[in-house]
Design a protein around this ligand. Structure first.
Ligand SMILES: Cc1cc2nc3c(=O)[nH]c(=O)nc-3n(C[C@H](O)[C@H](O)[C@H](O)COP(=O)(O)O)c2cc1C
Length: 198
């Protein structure tokens, strides 16, 4: 089978995001396991806060339709999200809520059709002591509700401001291996799911 294609989505748009750094390490793990990666730059997919009236009058935002198309072309997704008060971020939720909506012509109904049965993996990073781990259980449930198959492997990086360098460095091998392990697990699951669909 050809290399599985994975999207990499960050729930923080912040330029110096620690989650973006964590995601980059997970992407390396996926690449080394044989996947092709497409990084979604949050600032290139800006969407309004979901509003049913806006959807009824204007349809899907152009960025949401673009992202739906990208999901349709990929076999899975690596997600990094900051923890905000114990939850994953509104940016991640709003983005995927729009992506889950059907097109006005109904051609992709249900709206989650391009997500269902695809592999997903989660990582998080925080300057705090728990590393964002509380956000992951909610994010895992949310991704599963969208029909994604979330690998059991996950990674939370505490003290991320000290552990994850802006140059891509990771201060300890255990953290690197945990983050890369999520990427590798998503690649393997995406491959297995694609074989099953044949
Ligand atoms: C509204 C808000 C709530 C936050 N809540 C938490 C939290 O519950 N746990 C935590 O570890 N950090 C929390 N933080 C701190 C974030 O982990 C920190 O801002 C981090 O840098 C965000 O991720 P990023 O660097 O990828 O943007 C919170 C930050 C904000 C803005």
């Amino acid at each position: 089978m050809p290399s599985p294609r994975l999207l990499a989505l960050c729930g923080s748009a912040r330029r110096d995001s620690y989650n973006r750094r964590a995601l980059a390490v997970a992407m390396t793990g996926a690449r080394e396991a044989g996947a092709e990666l497409t990084f979604i730059e949050p600032r290139e997919f800006v969407m309004p806060l979901y509003d049913g009236d806006l959807e009824a009058s204007e349809g899907l935002p152009e960025a949401a339709a673009r992202l739906q198309q990208l999901f349709a072309e990929h076999d899975g997704v690596l997600v990094a999200t900051p923890e905000y008060n114990g939850f994953f971020t509104p940016l991640l939720k709003n983005t995927l809520d729009w992506v889950s909506r059907p097109l006005p012509d109904g051609s992709n109904r249900p709206g989650t059709i391009h997500l269902r049965g695809k592999a997903a993996g989660l990582v998080t990073a925080s300057p705090g002591a728990l590393g964002g781990i509380r956000a992951l259980q909610h994010a895992r449930l949310y991704l599963a509700n969208l029909g994604l198959v979330v690998v059991p492997e996950q990674a939370a990086v505490p003290a991320a401001d000290k552990v994850l360098g802006a140059d891509g460095s990771v201060a300890d091998d255990r953290t690197r291996s945990m983050l890369e392990g999520v990427g590798s697990a998503v690649c393997k699951l995406a491959t297995a799911l694609a074989k099953r669909a044949d």
